[in-house]
Design a protein around this ligand. Structure first.
Ligand SMILES: [Zn+2]
Length: 143
C-alpha cells in the first residue's frame, strides 16, 4: 500500500503496483520491463480514470503538448517534484493533443496545466509556466 494501477511505459499493459515499493522498480507482469516511479509517467487518455482517478495517492498531472514551449520549460521542475515525492505522490503526464475528452472534462484551455488530483477529484490547479515553488505549493500547500 498505497496502490496505483499504471500502464507499462513499454508495452501499455496495466499493472497494479504498490507505490511504497517504488525503489524495487516493480516489473511489468507482461513484458518484464521495470516501472520507474521517481519520474513522471505518461498516461494515455483511455487509462486516465484508472491511473489518475483510481490512485490511492495524490496525483500531479502535467497536461502538456509536444509543441508547447512553456511546457518544456517547466518539465525539469516537474521531474524534480516526481523525484522528491516518489512513493507518496504520483506524477503523470497527459498529452492534451491525444486526450481531448479529458481536456474538455476539466475545462483545460491553456497549457501547461498542472492539476492535483486527490481521491478522484481535481482539487487544485495552476496554469502556465509556473515555477518550482508554485508546483510545491500545489502538491503540499502547507509547506
Ligand atoms: Zn510491459
Amino acid at each position: 500500500m498505497p496502490n496505483v494501477t499504471l500502464p507499462c511505459q513499454f508495452c501499455g499493459t496495466l499493472n497494479r503496483i504498490d507505490l511504497a515499493r517504488y525503489q524495487d522498480r516493480p516489473k511489468c507482469g507482461s513484458c518484464g520491463k521495470p516501472f520507474l516511479l521517481d519520474r513522471p509517467v505518461k498516461i494515455p487518455e483511455e487509462h486516465f480514470d484508472t491511473a489518475v482517478l483510481g490512485a490511492e495517492v495524490p496525483v500531479l498531472v502535467d497536461f502538456y503538448a509536444d509543441w508547447c514551449g512553456p511546457c518544456k520549460a517547466i518539465a525539469p521542475a516537474v521531474d524534480e517534484i516526481a523525484q522528491e515525492n516518489a512513493g507518496k505522490l504520483l506524477v503523470a503526464k497527459v498529452d492534451t493533443d491525444r486526450a481531448q475528452k479529458i481536456g474538455m472534462r476539466y475545462g483545460i484551455r491553456g497549457i501547461p496545466y498542472l492539476g492535483l488530483f486527490e481521491k478522484g477529484k481535481l482539487v487544485r490547479n495552476a496554469v502556465g509556466a509556473v515555477g518550482k515553488k508554485a508546483l510545491q505549493d500545489l502538491v503540499n500547500p502547507q509547506a
